[in-house]
Ligand binder design. Sequence first.
Ligand code: FAD
Length: 427
Amino acid sequence: MAADGLLIIGASQSGVQLAVSLRALGYDAPITLLGDEDHRPYQRPALSKDFLQGSISKEKLIHRSQDYWDEHRIRVVKNERITRIDKRADGSGTATSRSGAVFAFDRLALTVGARARPLPLPGTDLPGVLHLRNADDALELKARAETATDVVIIGGGFIGLEAAASLQKMGKRVTVLEAGPRLVGRAVGEEVAAHLLAHHTARGIRIELGARTEALVGDDDGVRGVRMADGSTLPADVVLIGIGVLPNTELAEQLGLECDNGIRVDACALTSDGVTVAIGDCANLPNPVPGSPPGDRVRFESVNNAIEHAKVAAYAITGRREEYAGIPWFWSNQGDLKLQIAGLSQGSDRTVVRRDDTKGRFTVLHYAGGRIIAAECLNAPLDFMAVRQALGAGADVPADLAGDPSVPLKSITTAPTTATKPVEQPA
Ligand SMILES: Cc1cc2nc3c(=O)[nH]c(=O)nc-3n(C[C@H](O)[C@H](O)[C@H](O)COP(=O)(O)OP(=O)(O)OC[C@H]3O[C@@H](n4cnc5c(N)ncnc54)[C@H](O)[C@@H]3O)c2cc1C
């Protein structure tokens, strides 16, 4: 009987990386990479940036050519949404799609990602009220933006600010409504949040913090505005909702896998059944930062995590236990501002700001217990690289020397004091 091989549900960043890493490791069984979108696997980050602005084409977002998939015997299936999985104790089973197609597997990988969090307000079903999670969302936003004058973005997180900067560049009148007291919630510290506010406001984006939205108003032709709790209405031809994402855990829950803000996995990306892997945005994993408190868990929403997590899962599937250990990093391009973050700032008890206004650079270094734990760097790639390398090597960047922006951080980085064992990674 022919083997059914591995079924990867979710054909995006983590699913693609898993398939690629498995072949790099010599995994020889059939691989099916299946997704519900009607596009070849593509990269999401540009959807709110260059692709929205029209400076790169859809083709540039595509992960791999059809020749690559063919040569590596990876079957890519588009436009099939899995709605039911039947799995046996040994990890094999069948997955059934909404169209009725059945996909048999010997082993399963869940790389189902996350979906846009819905906004619980009246009027969100009006034409022109959009989210920005996938290529179809981006295509619709692009099309509607062409004729729009006023765009209101609800949510001042990364996606909201990236889209705001892109739409402002495209000549739109942009308002960002953020319910919280500062931009980007807890993902950046207060100093960077304040810098982002000043930067975007100076470029003509109107930003309201503590905004109380009440309803989206309009008619069959589309949304016309956003009604605020004080009774005023902001005009809007397009409303973009960017208030975060929810991990797609429904299939895992149906399989009886443990879920808690994502599908719970161990350090090798194995779910609670010990054989299915779950990776990327959908997974809740042990904090991979060396030295993090035992039991501490995280769920990341980043390309870097999707890639690194997939490599660890590839090892697990080939029978080798490699624990995920590493320094998370993230970037967000917002118009002419490039934010790069290395490490996690949770637990920070001291910050040091490096600011060079002549060069437009702004870096905030985070410390805990006297040691560096993270850096948030705006247009300061050398600071980012220095801290990322220092954290990866278990080295420190002394706080008392770090505040002078004319001193390269690399030059003051101390020798490593803790040994970290990087996992050797397949391509
Ligand atoms: C607009 C935008 C900009 C971003 N910018 C950045 C950035 O600048 N830097 C950064 O690091 N990260 C960025 N990200 C985040 C990054 O793209 C994600 O972290 C990454 O895509 C996660 O990959 P994933 O494969 O885990 O999940 P996803 O990319 O969410 O892919 C999951 C796939 O599974 C499919 N799927 C779900 N359920 C089913 C089912 N039942 N059947 C079949 N298919 C299913 C989904 O449709 C989707 O195609 C951005 C994301 C967006 C949306």
